[in-house]
Ligand binder design. Structure first.
Ligand SMILES: Nc1nc2c(c(=O)[nH]1)N[C@H]1C(S)=C(S)[C@@H](COP(=O)(O)OP(=O)(O)OC[C@H]3O[C@@H](n4cnc5c(N)ncnc54)[C@H](O)[C@@H]3O)O[C@H]1N2
Ligand code: MOO
Length: 440
């Protein structure tokens, strides 16, 4: 008989974990394509702002605050002088003039950062430097220029109102006041304020780490000789890396990957470790070598669709790898890639970074000439918006509509948005425009 009896346990069926799925995508519109707004909202609904972390203020410039900042001190911290001169009581000099100066004995001196030797008695003056604390009993500062700069006695040639040249405690910031709010983007001026109230670290959202990959056998790295008449330079990974950087991201430009599924899988898997967002261009349309569309479903949950826009129609999105890292897969035509960045990537980057408003604020401009558009698609025409003679905004085309026109894109300073119902905008009509300001 065995010493230890063991109950026989039936083999339990191993439960396969449910594969991760994306939320249900929005239904396509009447033309079988998804609207730009629906697609953007869908991407935004699939990502969350990055978790906050503590950062030294100098490294926090351009980042978004995740907490309200309350000042523990007032600014100015104490009543102090705004001029080098003499602290006095206004009533003691109310008769002073050039013709009849008032003479007061000088009873001490207050430099900035040190206390006054004693309080100011009526009928006396005390030397005071800019930023020094006003001595008790004084209410006014007479600048040197209105005196003879006397050491024992000073002759004052101007009567001043009480409070002249005095900076009052709390007139800038009050102790307990909220000086910056969660969601604020920290500019250099805000960093100055934080330092001024004694704060050296803040909770912010990090810069999103963005990996940029371009795909295509035809691509060559700029700076190298094109090996064959069919080759072209990779413009997209540089353009997107630059755009992401200008939008506040920390960018890792991986560059070009050939149309080799295994190689692409390997590159993307290797990059997941340092990415909050992956961007790819090329390989999302109908071509026989459009490998992005082919390979990505193996790495996670993906959504390939067509969006009712020109350029930028074929779009891919996914949450891939163990951490469900977002990936936005854009078309390869350079202008299509840029417009996709503006329409989808920039808002996503802003959400990741915790910036309150995700979208560019459109401006309204007057068309300088007739512009044709493609019906049923939102047309992102490359435009030049400039001020007219009366200060109004005038919009002109920077190039034709072709999604390969990189030169025309570089010459534009705006995207002109011609709606799905618009076939033609006549000269003098109003058009909506996104000014392509690189505001970080
Ligand atoms: N039969 C169809 N063909 C295409 C359709 C379609 O609906 N049916 N859509 C067209 C549209 S619209 C676009 S946009 C493109 C998108 O194609 P892919 O995303 O698959 O991109 P590729 O074919 O790889 O390249 C397109 C074009 O862009 C050039 N390219 C690609 N990468 C770069 C880069 N990094 N730098 C510079 N130029 C790049 C590439 O050489 C091609 O000329 O599909 C249409 N076709
Ligand atoms: O829609 Mo594609 O992006 O025009 O050229």
């Amino acid at each position: 008989m065995p010493l230890f009896g063991r109950k026989r346990v039936k083999d339990q069926p191993v439960e396969e974990p449910e594969p991760f799925r994306l939320p249900e995508p929005p239904a396509p519109g009447p033309g079988g394509m998804r609207s730009v707004v629906d697609h953007r909202d869908y991407l935004l609904s699939c990502i969350e702002p990055l978790p906050p972390f503590g950062q030294q203020i100098l490294d926090a410039v351009g980042l978004t605050l995740c907490e309200d900042v309350v000042s523990a001190i007032s600014l100015p911290r104490f009543d102090n002088s705004s001029m080098d001169g003499y602290a006095v009581r206004a009533q003691d000099i109310h008769l002073a003039s050039v013709a009849s100066p008032t003479s007061l004995p000088v009873v001490g001196e207050v430099p900035a950062g040190a206390p006054a030797p004693h309080s100011l008695s009526p009928g006396t003056a005390m030397k005071i430097m800019t930023g020094a604390m006003l001595p008790e009993g004084a209410d006014t500062v007479v600048p040197y220029e209105a005196t003879d700069r006397g050491e024992q006695d000073v002759r004052i040639v101007e009567a001043l109102d009480p409070g002249s040249n005095v900076r009052r405690v709390g007139e800038d910031i009050n102790e307990g006041e909220v000086v910056l709010r969660a969601g604020d983007r920290l500019a250099s001026r805000s960093i100055g304020l934080l330092a001024g109230i004694g704060i050296d670290k803040v909770m912010v959202r990090p810069r999103p780490r963005v990996v940029v990959i371009s795909t295509g056998d035809e691509l060559t790295e700029p700076g190298f000789v094109l090996q064959g008449d069919q080759k072209i330079y990779d413009s997209n990974s540089y353009m997107l890396a630059a755009a992401a950087k200008a939008a506040g991201a920390q960018v890792f430009r991986v560059g070009l990957v050939p149309d080799d599924p295994e190689r692409l899988k390997q590159v993307i898997n290797d990059q997941l470790v340092r990415a909050d967002l992956i961007l790819t261009t090329g390989g999302v349309s109908q071509g026989d070598y459009d490998i992005v569309k082919q390979v990505l479903p193996e790495l996670g949950a993906t959504d390939f669709t067509t969006v009712a826009m020109q350029p930028g129609k074929p779009q891919g999105f996914g949450l891939i790898g163990d951490d469900q890292t977002p990936i936005i897969m854009m078309p390869g035509n350079p202008v299509s890639a840029f417009v996709s960045f503006e329409a989808f990537v920039r808002p996503v980057l802003r959400k990741l970074a915790g910036v309150d408003s995700y979208l560019r604020r459109p401006v309204i401009a007057t068309a300088a000439r007739g512009i044709s558009s493609i019906p049923d698609k939102l047309q992102f025409a490359r435009g030049v918006v400039a001020e007219g003679d009366n200060g109004e905004l005038i919009a002109d085309l920077a190039s034709g509509h072709g999604s390969h026109l990189l030169g025309g894109l570089a010459g534009a300073n705006a995207l002109l948005l011609l709606g799905e119902d618009t076939e033609f905008v006549a000269a003098g009509d109003q058009v909506e425009a996104w000014l392509l300001l690189e505001d970080g």
